[in-house]
Design a protein around this ligand. Sequence first.
Ligand code: A3P
Length: 288
Amino acid sequence: ANSMRPDELLFSYKGILYPTTVCSPETFKALESFEARRDDVILAGYPKSGTNWLSQILTDLIAISQKKTPGSESGVNAEEEEEPYLEIGDAEKYERMTKLPSPRFVVTHLRPENLPKSIFKSNAKILLLIRNPKDVATSFYHFCNGLPTLPSYETWDDFFTDFMRKKMVWGCYFEYLSEWNKYADKENIMTITYEEVKENPAQGVKNIATFFGIPLTEEQLQLVVERSSFQSMKKNSDKTHGSFGNILFRKGGVSDWKNLFNEDQSKRMDKAFEEHIAGTKLGKKLKY
Ligand code: A3P
């Protein structure tokens, strides 16, 4: 159980809410000094869009690019393990990261305008992961109620109201999409949807490997696909994610929103999507 009062769980930085237990204003200030490298492998995704899944794929691909067998090492930076979520951890992490060997793997839930400028200056490749907003909201609702360090919700309706009112940790998903959309045409950014990887994992992994310039044999491809399936990841989650895994690996599918949204909520989200996202490049990519 968690002894923090609801108002102690979150803090606001530059107008966006973050969980106190994993983020801090000191770390955000220190983040500005982060020096990206051209060969950093960066994954950007809003919470609940499948970032842990794509992280698994990317760490295996990085291992392959280094002639290692996926799964034989505990992680990419096995010797000096560092929390891969860029904005999570203590303020000294960026200093420690300067000593990590390339390629470093970095994940972030941040919007582009809150990322350190060096990320865009370095031209490091960024994989941008997006997911149907209805499924993101559904996953987020269950996550908030499963994780003691996030505010819990008595009802789905309360959560839906906050989601639409932009009162989520890491900010509003629609704003996230429209901010990232400004970068969607850049050559060093590849957008991928949760739904397309789910529908054809082998093709998804292939596209990601090609984007990062990592050659794959058929056998390696099959291994990455097998290790990143929902079933394997859930089964291994004790080792990879500890008790957090029980909350994280929930359903791992498409359209679970149909079990939560009522007709009116579905229409309201369609309208918001239509107004803010539908006409954009990212909006057209989202299977909606
Ligand atoms: P659900 O709650 O809909 O099941 P994130 O990692 O960004 O927090 O996203 C979590 C979501 O990704 C959860 O969605 C989780 O089940 C799903 N997920 C995790 N691993 C997955 C996998 N290997 N395949 C498909 N979905 C996965």
